[in-house]
Design a protein around this ligand. Sequence first.
Ligand code: C2E
Ligand code: CA
Ligand code: CA
Length: 517
Amino acid sequence: MDSLANQVAGWSPTMIVGVLGLTVSLTLGVAAALILVWRRGRALSASLEDATSHLDEMTLRDGLTGLMSRIRFDQALADAAQRAEQQGTSLAALYLDLDEFRIVNDAYGYALGDQVLVEVARRLEQIQPRTEALMRVAGDEFALVVPGGVDEALAAVHQVQQLLARPIVVEGQPIQLAASFGVALYPQHGARALLIGHAAAAMRSVKRMGGGAHAVYEPVMSASLREQAEMVRDLRQAVERGSLQLLYQPKVDAATLQVTAAEALLRWHDPRRGVVRPDTFISLAERHGLMHDIGRWVVDEACRQAAAWLEQGLVMRVAVNVSGVQLRDAAFVDHLQACLQRHAIEPGNLTCEITESVAMEDTRVTHEAFERLSQAGVHVSIDDFGTGHSSLARLRELPAAELKIDRSFVADLEVSDEARSIASSVVQMAHTLERRVVAEGVETEGQRDLLVEMGCDELQGYLFARPMSATALGLWAMGDPDHSPLRFRESLYRDTQPMDLAEGGASYLDTVPMTLG
Ligand code: C2E
Ligand code: CA
Ligand code: CA
């Protein structure tokens, strides 16, 4: 600094002024430039902020309808699934696709079509209780998640149908919409990541059948169309070549543990797929017209087996499951009677299990079928009771001797007050109507004890026996566990005497050890 001061001291005044002037203007220039850069920076950061918030907006919202973006939807779904896991409850996904929306676009143009989609989104937002997540997946497809199981999902489907029933008026044009719905449940139908895909697969199965309805997911719906076609082809061959088999699961008297009946459960042995369970192929068979042949085979085979067991001295009913498609077939009861005659089986020794939802169908064909079954003297059981919507009046007039409490209630007995009170009111109502009550899906001793306490008449489930081959069941019931492929306790026939629990006698629960398979 000193040397600079000495140098400056030697400068002439003009030089000093000149240098100062230059310095000032340089400083001003730099300052101006800095201000400019700062201003620009400000403007830049503001526009960057705008851009990011716009981007955020884009990633968080659907540009057209303002509904959640996929990212936000996935996050909301993950949160809801976590809550459901913690509370031990379930979630339902609905996938909906507007029917023939292409026509709206073609007739009125895309701008108007867009306005319709915006209005659909507004209506979907009105669903009560509020959806956990709602998005427009693409085009005219929407996905939403509601808490609860199949009942809550179907209630939501109904609400959406009501909301869409009111025409949407755009630019003075009233537009009437309909939609196809698919429903899938978490955790019942698999991992959370698959939930929306499953609901979409269910929706597509509705579309293939003409749309305007809803379907609940079944595993076969995930198969591609080609796989489904292959499955139908193979199943048809299996029916022709006799690769179907009936397994039998006993029903036992709740008080005496005596075997009262054996329910025939269908299995398909496929060389490539292994053993296929009915949940996978029954609905496919129904949709492709194979159910008549399959159902006829089941009845004939069950009657043949009942005759063989009678021959061996085993007296019990044999139960078959009858699907809606079969019951609606005018020739069904004739065929059934022919089978009974062929194998010399008393009609009262054959049970037809018909699901509550089919039994409650208020059509002339189902009324007639029930009437004829009753006249023939066949034992009728209402299956999956509690899952459909029964009218007491219809139930009273139905010639059914037995109600089967659905296994979903049995499964929840030990953890849910609601399941307990439903099961117990089913028992009371059935007894008032003089019907017997069977509980299916009994897996634990706790469930069994509660059901016995409620007064349930018969029990069925893995606790007693899994479905098994006719030979295994014969050996098991005769008390030859060594030859049974499954390890069960000794014959229920030989060592279990009826006893009156109400009289305070020692309960069989104390005296008979159970060995589970
Ligand atoms: P379903 O009539 O409700 O039959 C009871 C189902 O519960 C059977 O499944 C049985 O294996 C299973 N199960 C039995 N005990 C227990 C238990 O303790 N715990 C659990 N978790 N499950 C138990 P499956 O054999 O897979 O049959 C499924 C459904 O397929 C049946 O439900 C019935 O609706 C249908 N089905 C089976 N066979 C036939 C048939 O011949 N014709 C028709 N139309 N439907 C059939
Ligand atoms: Ca059944
Ligand atoms: Ca059932």
